[in-house]
Write a new protein. Structure first.
Length: 139
């Protein structure tokens, strides 16, 4: 096993091979209706700023981008560069080119705390009702 393959297995226990990519994209599709409903409840509007933490090969980046529009900001963070490359391909295929993808760990971003209105992750969604307020749980 190469050093990269070993690192990938350590960083992400399920690996980053084609089968895992397919599984994650299928998972996105399977949970699409629930994600749509939750994001509708959150009330993202054009111009808002959203973060998908641990976005993987798509997460809800496309759903966030559709809601915040070209005047908003969407950032996808994942520590697996290969998944970010796939996310870029998926977003390009959907005509969504305004999403910023960052290879980082949740504790190693350069994002200012007040720069994001809503944060989405695979297990929870938290929002800020006002950019400088404390996060609140949504959903």
């Amino acid at each position: 096993m190469t050093a990269t393959a070993t690192r990938d297995r350590i960083d992400y226990s399920l690996g980053v091979d084609d089968a895992e990519r397919a599984r994650l994209l299928a998972q996105c599709a399977m949970h699409r209706t629930e994600a749509d409903l939750l994001l509708d409840r959150v009330g993202l509007r054009p111009g808002d700023r959203a973060l998908d933490l641990g976005c993987g090969p798509l997460g809800v980046l496309d759903l966030l981008a559709e809601r915040v529009g070209p005047t908003g900001r969407v950032v996808g963070i994942d520590r697996e560069k290969r998944y970010l490359e796939i996310a870029r391909q998926e977003l390009d295929a959907r005509g969504l080119d305004g999403v910023e993808l960052v290879a980082a760990d949740a504790t190693g971003t350069d994002l200012a705390p007040a720069s994001i209105s809503c944060t989405s992750g695979s297990c929870s969604t938290t929002c800020r009702s006002r950019p400088r307020s404390s996060p609140r749980w949504c959903g």
